[in-house]
Design a protein around this ligand. Structure first.
Ligand code: TYD
Length: 211
């Protein structure tokens, strides 16, 4: 079983993934938590290149191919083997992020991005995608305060530096994707207490596990 979490910055994806991991493990499932960019060894190097503020001169096209390279490596070396070993794989971001950020955010053709994603994922699409949906004004506030808490303002944060307009387009991209693939993507309201959101997430995951 392959489950991905998507959404703009500050929607609480990592908190929800940790809560779901705990829950699934308590039910006896083997769980493998991973992320993009950076889920594989080579991906960790690509992540540094992608997110560093030093690399503001990265072109949108080069950025796209680095995300796709990260994904191809991640699928082949992490996601596919973990699924084969019987784990429930939880990934913080996956292919939908490319359509939302590089497509709706940067203005590249979403259909082309879908075809490029197909090359990168090599047939391995998620069984379930949880889209944590939140107003970008709230999301960015949360992401900024997290970054300064973790002292990450310089090393990571190229996307946090983008405008509200950019993140509004990205959010719309995710919502459009969910409207087009309702059988795979479930929208989860990401406002409110983490424990309440976790209950909604759990219900969707259990429905899928027992389907
Ligand atoms: P990260 O620090 O993981 O952000 P978050 O905590 O919000 O998930 O940084 C990942 C950034 O990379 C995030 O801003 C979204 C962006 N991204 C893309 O633009 N395209 C992609 O395909 C992926 C996977 C991520």
């Amino acid at each position: 079983m392959f489950i991905t979490f998507e959404g703009i910055e500050g929607t609480g994806k990592s908190t929800q993934i940790a809560l779901l991991q705990q829950h699934l493990e308590s039910q006896g499932h083997k769980v493998r938590v991973t992320l993009e960019p950076g889920g594989s060894r080579i991906g960790a190097e690509l992540r540094r290149v992608l997110l560093s503020l030093e690399n503001r001169d990265l072109t949108p096209q080069a950025e796209l191919f680095l995300y796709l390279a990260d994904r191809a490596q991640h699928v082949a070396q992490v996601v596919r083997p973990a699924i084969a070993a019987g784990a429930v794989v939880l990934s913080d971001r996956f292919a939908d992020s490319t359509v939302a950020y590089q497509g709706y955010g940067r203005g590249m053709d979403p259909e082309l991005l879908h075809r490029l994603n197909a090359v990168a994922v090599d047939g391995l699409w998620p069984d379930l995608t949880l889209l944590l949906d939140l107003d970008p004004v709230i999301g960015l506030e949360r992401a900024m305060s997290r970054n300064s808490r973790e002292g990450k303002t310089n090393a990571e944060g190229r996307f946090e530096a983008e405008s509200i307009a950019f993140h509004t387009r990205v959010r719309q991209g995710f919502l459009d994707l969910a409207a087009r693939s309702p059988e795979r993507i479930s929208i989860v309201d990401a406002t409110g207490a983490p424990e309440d959101i976790a209950l909604r997430v759990r219900a969707l995951v259990e429905a899928k596990l027992h389907a």
